[in-house]
Write a protein that binds this ligand. Structure first.
Ligand SMILES: C[S@@+](CC[C@H](N)C(=O)[O-])C[C@H]1O[C@@H](n2cnc3c(N)ncnc32)[C@H](O)[C@@H]1O
Length: 208
């Protein structure tokens, strides 16, 4: 599906956000949904884990995850160079990778992949999710991700035109169908923080 008025790619758009400090506002805006996802990951789970944040922005979630006692390894990958430079400047010893999610793969597979507000920037999200399934996640690994832009969240439907950035507008049913087609099991979903005309962050949590 094509959006009208597309002027730049998502990584160009967010690269500029990093330059003007808008990554910090994004961090604040996403914090409660990310907290929900991290709590879900830790619920009934005391085992050590390795994790990658896909589309990590300035790396704030990668740093948050690495502060968790059971986290053995936490890394972030993003396609906006300025975001990765920012992440490395605040945390020179952190694991931050500059890469396009359609191409990048980790050297070693991990237990968990987390992502916040990223997967609708792809024309073919199934391709990216299949790569994550096949090349990033260990057997029985887990994927948890949140998205605010989806068909049922009506107040977000003007975002592509407003930002001039391509967004793939899909319904909750369509996202769930993609996850099933990729091969994910035990799919759980929530709409986190739904209030008035805001339908909440659509969170999916599933197993390989
Ligand atoms: C809405 S921001 C979210 C950033 C971060 N997850 C957060 O919550 O602060 C979307 C991020 O996805 C990244 N992104 C978009 N398309 C990408 C691609 N093809 N490859 C890698 N990163 C991409 C952008 O650079 C941007 O940092």
């Amino acid at each position: 599906m094509k959006n009208d008025k597309i002027t730049e790619s998502p990584v160009e758009f967010f690269g500029k956000w990093a330059e003007i400090g808008k990554d910090i506002g994004m961090e604040e805006g996403h914090a409660s949904s990310v907290k929900f996802m991290i709590n879900k990951l830790l619920e009934n789970n005391n085992s050590k884990f390795t994790i990658i944040d896909a589309g990590c922005g300035n790396g704030w979630v990668t740093r948050l995850l690495s502060s968790i006692e059971n986290c053995d390894y936490s890394a972030g990958v993003d396609g906006a160079k300025q975001m990765i430079e920012k992440a490395k400047s605040v945390d020179p010893n952190g694991n931050y990778f500059y890469g396009d999610l359609t191409e990048w793969s980790p050297l070693e597979k991990v237990d968990i992949v987390h992502s916040m507000e990223v997967f609708y920037y792809f024309e073919d999200p199934m391709f990216v999710l299949s790569k994550i399934y096949n090349n990033w996640l260990k057997n029985k690994g887990k994927l948890i991700f949140g998205i605010d832009h989806y068909s049922e969240n009506l107040t977000t439907l003007n975002w592509p035109a407003e930002c001039g950035v391509y967004m793939n507008t899909k319904s909750i049913f369509e996202w769930e169908t993609i996850l099933k087609k990729v091969g994910f099991n035990n799919i759980k979903k929530w709409q986190v923080g739904a209030k008035n005309d805001w339908n909440g962050t659509l969170v999916f949590y599933c197993d390989k």
